[in-house]
Ligand binder design. Structure first.
Ligand code: SF4
Ligand code: SF4
Ligand code: SF4
Length: 524
């Protein structure tokens, strides 16, 4: 009896691992192909996000606008209503990553299974209430802890660049040891993947992912148990699921193995303590039970929500903190005057709407073919940390490209055709006459004018005079900007041969999405 039962559940668990791997690699694949596809238009590579009800809900509450793509999240909720938190146990790529590392740490004996009771489980509900309360006050913080945003951002800004640099090191070894064929194949593969490799704060974001993974050495699936607001939301919906854990009292020998190995502390034993809101239907308990006493029969009655130990006092306090966070996060000069560095991608919503809508996933930064889109730190204030901005010194906005507008899962960047995008002004270019070569040295340089993509060109060459150290004056052709034609793409700044601090640079002023961030004088 025992062996028969174990075999059945081993097969079941193998099936689960296969499905988890399939979802994980689908997520990874969609992320990996979020790059320039050799065409102006890219497919629905951001689709995975639209199955996330937490992103849909918080963005809807914060913006009061429903983004139709998030109708797909209804499927996740429906599945959860019927089957419980299977999305966490069988599909969530971050859950899979945590489970994988929990398994590794167990094998390496860093993680010793222990019975943790229900201590701490309520924290993820606190996080959920905090995020929802913040959204009510139009503060959208969900992107920091939503599992899909967290994983996407971490892979894009830290893991992929790390792998690309790692591959470079391997290539050196392969070529150095004469294995040129293998080197060429690897080099070609890395090139095809078009990883962006330079990111501000990439190290910090990578360390956060490392920290989240390392917590699994302390408690199995730490993130899923204590932190994940999406897990908490799905937990609330899993009360009515039709498969409930049952322990056959006649077979149970009360060994406690099921509790010890439960991935999410759902407390299978005793039966009355089982928390359907915590169970991710991994069925480890059923597989490990030495007497095959555990099963999940059909039982469509509502379960007790014993997992949510959130007292009314805690709930009120957390809601208050969520409300209070909104004004606190907004005590920042960024609201008074736009930062000159905050050059948003073309198609971005006006700043307040943008902050309510962007979930900091990094999809736009992944797809940008020039690596120009970077995560902000202080430029957009505390609520804008890790939202995208163009940093022309790193990469410019390619004239015939509208990819970031196509991959944003929440519509923080409006979808634009290339024809629409070329006319969108995201900033304004300025010539620094104290550094520009024709102005200072009287030498010829037309690099910025040559690269300016607008038609007619926004950079005009006019005769300028330079005073040389010997007192002589030379005349040379130097750049001036036509403010009406400049769209702020930044290619001039990017290509300027004055390397450390370019002699031509772009600031956000004049961006067409803002009526405030404009030159206030009528100049011409
Ligand atoms: S910032 Fe410009 S170049 Fe980068 S993805 Fe967006 S449209 Fe393309
Ligand atoms: S703007 Fe960029 S980071 Fe923000 S939600 Fe859209 S794709 Fe993600
Ligand atoms: S930013 Fe520079 S290159 Fe781009 S349109 Fe303005 S002047 Fe031309």
């Amino acid at each position: 009896m025992k062996n028969e039962r174990s075999k059945k559940h081993r097969v079941f668990q193998l099936l689960r691992v296969a499905i988890q791997a399939a979802f994980f690699f689908l997520f990874l694949y969609l992320m990996a192909v979020t790059h320039y596809p050799g065409d102006d238009y890219i497919g629905p590579v951001e689709r995975f996000f639209h199955f996330d009800p937490l992103l849909g809900l918080t963005t809807f509450i914060a913006t009061r606008v429903f983004f139709a793509s998030f109708l797909l999240a209804g499927i996740t909720l429906l599945v959860t209503l019927i089957l419980g938190r299977v999305a966490c146990g069988w599909a969530c790529p971050l859950g899979t990553l945590h489970q994988f590392f929990s398994w590794v740490f167990k094998k390496a004996r860093f993680l010793k299974p222990k019975n943790d009771g229900k201590a701490g489980l309520a924290w993820k509900y606190v996080v959920l209430v905090f995020v929802l309360a913040g959204s009510l006050f139009t503060l959208n913080l969900v992107g920091y802890l939503d599992p899909l945003s967290f994983l996407y951002r971490s892979f894009t800004l830290a893991v992929f660049p790390f792998l690309a640099f790692g591959a470079d090191a391997v290539l050196d070894v392969l070529y150095g040891t004469g294995m040129t064929t293998a080197g060429r194949s690897l080099g070609q593969f890395v090139e095809n993947m078009m990883f962006n490799t330079i990111f501000l704060q990439g190290l910090f974001i990578g360390l956060l992912l490392t920290g989240a993974v390392m917590l699994n050495a302390w408690k199995e699936r730490f993130w899923c148990r204590y932190l994940c607001p999406l897990g908490a939301l799905l937990g609330l919906f899993s009360r009515w699921n039709i498969f409930k854990l049952r322990i056959d009292e006649d077979k149970c020998i009360k060994c406690g193995l099921c509790n010890l190995h439960c991935e999410t502390q759902a407390t299978p034993f005793p039966n009355a303590e089982w928390k359907s809101s915590e169970c991710v239907y991994c069925q480890t308990c059923a597989a490990i039970c030495p007497t095959a006493a555990i099963s999940f029969p059909l039982k469509p009655a509502p379960a007790k929500m014993t997992g949510i130990d959130l007292s009314r006092r805690k709930l009120v306090l957390t809601t208050f903190l969520g409300f209070a966070a909104a004004p606190l996060f907004r005590i920042t000069p960024a609201r008074k005057r736009a930062s000159e560095k905050l050059i948003r991608p073309p198609g971005s919503l006006p700043e307040e709407d943008f902050l309510r809508t962007c979930v900091k996933c990094g999809a736009c930064m992944k797809v940008c073919p020039t690596n120009g889109l970077q995560p902000t730190l202080s430029e957009a204030g505390p609520e804008g940390i890790w939202t995208p901005m163009l940093v022309p010194k790193i990469g410019y906005c390619e004239y015939y490209c509208s990819l970031c507008t196509q991959v944003c899962p929440t519509g923080a960047i409006r979808e634009l055709t290339v024809e629409e995008k070329v006319d969108v002004k995201i900033g304004t270019s300025w010539v620094d006459k104290s550094r520009c070569i024709p102005y200072v040295f009287g030498k010829p340089c037309i690099v910025c004018e040559e690269h300016c993509p607008t038609s007619p060109k926004a950079i005009k060459l006019v005769e300028v005079e330079a005073k040389l150290p010997d007192g002589s004056i030379v005349t040379q052709m130097g750049p001036v900007i036509d403010l009406d034609l400049c769209i702020g793409c930044g290619v001039c700044e990017n290509k300027c041969p004055v390397m450390d601090k370019p002699a031509i640079f772009v600031t956000s002023v004049g961006e067409e999405r803002s009526s405030k961030n404009q030159l206030l004088l009528e100049l011409f």
